[in-house]
Design a protein around this ligand. Structure first.
Ligand SMILES: [Fe+2]
Length: 437
């Protein structure tokens, strides 16, 4: 997305929203000013560490070792907000899925995809390979493990959630060709745009930041997540479900510079900075050498600006942090490519994470992935899955995605019988035999 921050204007009620938030928390201005300075200082240190670590800063774990990780490793994964899980699916199975997707788009040249004249991101959700992958027992086991990184910080058992029951969220797949430049996915955050501030439930997730106690912020606290409305404006392509982690399963060998994913691997710090940013404005010109100094920033409760949000389709997209708007994130240094993955490896990133897609693919092979997040059972999520199941049975696109051509007539579309496990059937909202329930 091409963003010119100077041309973005926001509705006047956004300044009311800022003042409403400020009035909810005692000593708001003093507390967030202190937090802002601390977060900026920590970002400088984190930037040096991330840059030094490079791709290996992103934790990597073998699927078979998931249940035997040390507490230190789990803490590292949670702080960095991302993980590569290797060998979730056997190589042969992943490669067969890749070949079936290639064959499917070859024999169905009319299917929708982007870019239209050289399709690589396909508007297909129900191919046999996707249906099978979402129901894969190992994949769902990894989802359960990821979902269980969340808990209610108060120690109470949350009602209306079962982290041991994974749900399937149907999304697209891509077959990215080498040499193709892609400008479409600069650093951004999904799973809520203005809703992060505007929706009272989603805002609760960031309350410790808004009270100035940003170090206590727990991105894995279930409070707020279960009832959050992450899509208040009904914009297509905006997820309405609570995904603990977004993810993709790689069906090919892909490494840095080969069109892979980029991540800002410190979800605590990026959350703190992103949530505080609208309440501050620079007091010096953007190009000033002093722009990084916290003293160069003042409180902004007057303007309706939420820097990085982009009005689109009656709602908003983003946040899209940029070096211009969010200089302390040092995005040129901190956006870290995922280390090399092989068929059957998957990468998962926390739903609040800043992520991007490399513009260039300088490799020699297709980079093929299926987008499959980790989604726990919650009342809201299950309601979505029930509607999604009906779309599946009719070959229609899932509810969160733009309406379009049916997949019912696509050669190679998946059927209910392709869901090969009870865990998978339940994830798709289908009944399972009593003994398996
Ligand atoms: Fe995204």
């Amino acid at each position: 997305m091409n963003i010119n921050p100077n041309t973005v204007s926001y509705p006047p009620h956004f300044s009311d929203l800022k003042r409403e938030i400020a009035s909810n928390y005692p000593d708001f201005e003093a507390r967030i000013s202190k937090a802002w300075k601390e977060v900026i200082e920590e970002l400088a240190t984190a930037t040096a560490n991330i840059q030094q670590g490079g791709p290996s800063y992103i934790p990597q774990v073998d699927f078979k070792d998931l249940d035997n990780l040390t507490a230190a490793k789990i803490n590292e994964i949670k702080r960095r907000g991302c993980i590569v899980i290797k060998d979730i699916v056997e190589d042969g199975k992943a490669i067969a899925w890749k070949e079936s997707l290639r064959e499917l788009v070859r024999v169905n040249p009319e299917v929708d995809g982007f870019p239209v004249d050289n399709k690589q991101l396909f508007d297909l959700y129900w191919t046999k390979a996707q249906v099978q992958a979402r129901a894969d027992p190992n994949f769902l086991k990894a989802n359960i493990w990821l979902n269980n990184l969340y808990q209610d910080k108060s120690g109470k058992k949350s009602e209306g959630v079962d982290l041991s029951v994974p749900l399937a969220y149907a999304d697209r797949f891509r077959i990215r060709k080498p040499g193709f430049r892609l400008e479409t996915f600069p650093p951004h955050i999904d799973g809520g745009t203005i809703e992060r501030w505007e929706d009272p439930a989603l805002r609760k997730c960031f309350e410790d930041i808004l009270t100035g106690n940003w170090r206590q912020h727990d991105p894995y606290d279930l409070k707020g997540r279960l009832d959050a409305r992450s899509s208040m404006y009904g914009r297509p392509n905006q997820s309405t479900v609570f995904r603990t982690f977004q993810g993709w399963l790689s069906l090919s060998e892909t490494g840095p510079t080969e069109g892979t994913l980029g991540l800002f691997p410190d979800v605590l710090l990026s959350n703190a900075y992103i949530i505080l940013r609208p309440f501050f404005k620079p007091l010096v010109p953007a190009g000033s050498p002093d722009i990084l100094d916290p003293k160069s920033w003042g409180i902004d409760l007057e303007s309706p600006n939420f820097p990085g949000l982009v009005p689109i389709g009656g709602g908003f997209a983003g946040p899209y942090p940029t070096p211009f708007l969010h200089p302390h994130l040092f995005l040129e240094k901190t956006m870290t490519p995922v280390p090399k993955v092989y068929p059957g490896d998957a990468v998962f990133w926390h739903c609040d994470m800043i992520h991007s897609v490399e513009k260039e693919h300088l490799g020699k092979e297709d980079s093929t992935v299926m987008y499959i997040p980790a989604v726990p059972y919650t009342v809201q999520n299950f309601n979505y899955v029930e509607r999604q199941r009906e779309c599946f049975l009719k070959g229609q696109r899932p509810p969160d995605f733009p309406k379009g051509r049916s997949e019912a007539a696509v050669v190679g579309v998946g059927k209910e019988s392709d869901i090969g496990s009870d865990l998978g059937r339940r994830a798709m909202g289908f009944p399972v035999a009593e003994s398996a329930a």
